[in-house]
Design a protein around this ligand. Structure first.
Ligand code: SF4
Length: 455
């Protein structure tokens, strides 16, 4: 059955996409990436607005107002499993709900009315207004409306320039980072705090930022603010007082780390808390940055304790996953690299790796890590993912919510490594959770009972 489906899909690779798909050992040219999607491909990549919103939405005490038709707000409603230790204002999805009349005559007055109503009802310290495609087309002056409202209400009301068509998801990340940089900018020099860092690119999915904060606290390092998981307006303003930025999701926050290095002279370190190997390596690199004997010795003690607790769980799953094959399609290249290492820890072969927004240097690393025959693809579409999962004989796809139905309809196991999950996959406990989830889904007896001849 799988061969039949593969035959049907085989001719559906669009010619213009060929430079963005590489099979290791068969093609030597570098992959084409960091480019706009090919028209007609139904790319898996999200739009500029979505990219901006996923980064900013975890600011828990802000009002997030989407200026556009209701569909844009609905598309990103409750977009992530980000958890909050306080306010839950971020969980609302406010929209100006633009209609035909607003499109013809302009939406600025409606936007101003919405802002007034939201400030009166919720009294936020920060209100973010997201531009959507249609706002870019009709030319509403978001900056002017926000500035006037800001003066009226004496709070920060900031436009997010994220018209959906004005680039790709990466441009949305950058727009969000520019908003954050503008927000934390201060004319006064900020005093530095001791042994203190900012944790960039963690959105506290299923409480992951809390796990990493507990590790760092235990070894004597204070997390000033996670940007943006479980952050608040006030905590974000403290960001310049740290002495180091660590970046988990380099795709969304690498730019912010670089800009803070230029503006505040704050060093920036890419780390990853996905998998045992990367978690241990990251803790060691962070502790060596602070060059403090007590921090380093506490880090080693924590690593020893946690490794002894969770490595046996990973090992027991590894024993049952030896001949299984994994496919990866995630947002950023840095996460894909960590996942390749995690599948190695589980003794699984990675046969397909793709990302939405991977960069050239990340694809170089991926190319070096994978074995001959592995398919690597940038900004894939559903047809390509289906074709290569079948061709490569993948037993499992790890991806986001948009990839789930692709895997299930082909009878392939799936793990959500993005939006909706309710259990953490970061840190030592996350590595054990991941291993158990891979084992449970790949080795589930359900796959034996599928009859896919009808699809
Ligand atoms: S901003 Fe544009 S591309 Fe994004 S969800 Fe709205 S209409 Fe769709």
């Amino acid at each position: 059955m799988k061969n039949m489906a593969m035959k049907e899909l085989d001719n559906e690779i669009i010619k213009e996409r060929s430079k963005s798909i590489r099979t290791k050992g068969r093609q030597s040219q570098p992959i084409q990436c960091e480019a706009d999607s090919v028209a007609g491909c139904v790319s898996q990549r999200a739009c500029v607005y979505c990219g901006a919103r996923v980064v900013l939405n975890p600011i828990t005490d802000a009002v997030h107002l989407v200026h556009g038709p209701i569909g844009c707000a609905s598309y990103t409603w409750d977009i992530r499993g980000s958890l909050s230790s306080g306010s839950d204002l971020y969980r609302y999805s406010f929209s100006t709900d633009l209609r035909e009349e607003d499109i013809i005559f302009g939406g600025e007055k409606k936007l101003a009315r919405c802002i007034d109503e939201l400030v009166e009802r919720y009294h936020p310290g920060l209100l973010l207004v997201y531009a959507t495609c249609i706002v870019g087309v009709i030319g509403d002056d978001l900056g002017a409306v926000c500035k006037a409202a800001s003066l009226r209400h004496k709070i920060d009301i900031i436009p997010v320039e994220s018209a959906g068509f004005s680039g790709n998801k990466s441009d949305g990340y950058r727009a969000a980072c520019d908003v954050l940089l503008r927000m934390i900018a201060s004319e006064e020099a900020v005093p530095k705090k001791d042994n203190c860092l900012n944790y960039l690119g963690d959105f506290n999915l299923a409480g992951e930022a809390w796990i990493i904060k507990s590790y760092l606290n235990e070894i004597g390092i204070h997390v000033n603010v996670a940007i943006t998981g479980d952050s608040t307006y006030d905590t974000l303003l403290e960001a310049p007082s740290a002495s180091l930025n660590i970046v988990q999701c380099a795709g969304s926050m690498g730019y912010m780390g670089k800009r803070m290095e230029q503006i505040y002279g704050m060093p920036c370190m890419n780390i990853s808390f996905l998998g045992l190997e990367d978690t241990m390596d990251s803790l060691r690199r962070i502790s060596s940055f602070f060059d403090n004997y007590f921090i380093s010795s506490r880090a080693e003690a924590l690593i020893k304790r946690e490794y002894e607790l969770y490595a046996p769980v990973v090992e027991s799953c590894r024993a049952r996953l030896q001949d299984k094959k994994a496919a990866i399609f995630v947002g950023g290249g840095f996460k894909a690299i960590s996942l390749i290492k995690q599948f190695r820890e589980l003794g699984m072969e990675v046969v397909m790796v793709g990302t939405q927004t991977g960069r050239e240097e990340e694809y170089d690393t991926i190319h070096q890590m994978v074995t001959d025959g592995t398919v690597v693809l940038d900004d894939a579409n559903p047809s390509e993912l289906e074709t290569f999962m079948l061709e490569q004989g993948a037993d499992l796809l790890v991806g986001g919510v948009k990839e789930r139905p692709l895997a299930f309809k082909l009878g392939i196991a799936f793990i959500d490594h993005n939006h909706e999950r309710k259990h953490p996959l970061s840190g030592f406990i996350g590595a054990a959770n991941f291993a158990q989830e891979v084992y449970a889904t790949v080795c589930s007896p359900v796959w034996r009972y599928l009859n896919l001849d009808g699809i």
